[in-house]
Design a protein around this ligand. Structure first.
Ligand code: DGY
Length: 327
């Protein structure tokens, strides 16, 4: 690629990403990087953003009115995540700053992981592995780690965007499941038919699902969307999977439901206040806990970083973001 003529815009890569992606950015921009996995504090981020036209973020650092006011040269914030709850979209609109995310490239990979957590939780994969590793497996037993059935059961999906639909297709076509979903908007009939999914209201979804997968974006309205009252509607034999965002589930209420046997099991990839995990969740055996890795395959993480870089390049060299969330 030939670098465009004229002064090169300056961009900031706010966390360690792949060296190849940084090298590609350097062919277009003056690039400053954070080469560590630790995030800069917000004040440090703001300081480093002085004079920068773009920033590549990993979805956690806030782009809010205070940052925008303190960084008047900023024109684009490119998340290398599909979720963008770190953006104050209204403030970005007001400041004329475009935000971008990385849809599509992680859809199927993230859906795979949703199924992995569902299967692991329902079939007690990690719980039984811990038992074996602890040297406690001494004999066959008729109900040793007998878990919940997955194939042929009812799969509930809360949030029916791209990832929800990819999970629905896996459940319906791969595991012969009846798929129910709840979403603010009903999908087109053709999409419903492809996913073999039926829209129901939220209470029906909670009551009827044998397994419930959460795939909604995090917004203030979705804070504790699943709390004690919602958990009480679910079957005690049900499995709950959260691959969306921490804060959508009330982790303390979930831990209590799991402890009291009001829910069979859970699979969680995201947590309120992560990387901290609610201590009560660490005390219950019937939950599979993973460190926010649903999109983490080598190929997909590269594709996410490349798409975030492509957004910076397209917007700052041609004025056209590829996957904007605003403007
Ligand atoms: C996303 O893309 O929003 C994930 O949570 C980060 O991998």
């Amino acid at each position: 690629t030939t670098a465009p003529a004229g002064p090169r815009p300056a961009v900031l890569v706010a966390r360690r990403i792949f060296a190849q992606t940084v090298e590609r950015l350097r062919t277009h921009f003056d690039v400053e990087t954070n080469d560590a996995d630790d995030e800069w504090a917000q004040e440090e981020l703001i300081r480093r953003l002085q004079g920068k036209a773009g920033v590549l973020l990993t979805g956690t650092q806030r782009v809010d009115a205070a940052l925008l006011q303190a960084c008047p040269t900023l024109r684009i914030a490119a998340n290398m995540t599909v979720g963008y709850n770190n953006f104050d979209v209204a403030a970005m609109d007001a400041a004329g700053v475009v935000g971008t995310n990385t849809p599509d490239v992680l859809t199927e990979t993230t859906a795979d992981f949703g199924l992995a957590l569902l299967l692991a939780a329902a079939r007690r994969v990690t719980e039984s592995e811990h038992y074996l590793r602890a040297g406690r497996w001494t004999r066959w037993s008729i109900d040793l780690f007998a878990g919940a059935e997955v194939h042929g059961t009812t799969l509930g999906i809360l949030g029916m965007g791209r990832i929800g639909q990819a999970i629905a297709r896996r459940g319906a076509h791969g595991f012969g499941m009846r798929v129910l979903y709840h979403n603010r908007h009903r999908l087109d009939a053709a999409v419903e038919a492809d996913c073999r999914a039926t829209w129901v209201d939220k209470a029906t979804l909670l009551r009827e699902a044998d397994h419930l997968v959460l795939v909604v974006p995090y917004t203030p309205q979705n804070h504790h969307l699943i709390g004690a009252a919602e958990l009480a509607l679910m079957k005690p034999t049900a499995v709950l999977v959260n691959i969306a965002r921490g804060g959508i589930v009330d982790d303390a209420a979930l831990a209590e439901a799991l402890r009291a046997g009001r829910l069979a099991a859970a699979g969680l990839d995201v947590f309120e206040g992560e990387p901290r995990v609610h201590p009560a969740l660490l005390q219950v055996p019937n939950v599979v806990l993973t460190p926010h890795i649903a999109s983490a395959t080598v190929r997909t993480r590269r594709a996410m970083a490349e798409l975030a870089a492509d957004n910076l390049i397209a917007y700052l060299t041609e004025g056209r973001a590829l996957t904007p969330v605003n403007q």
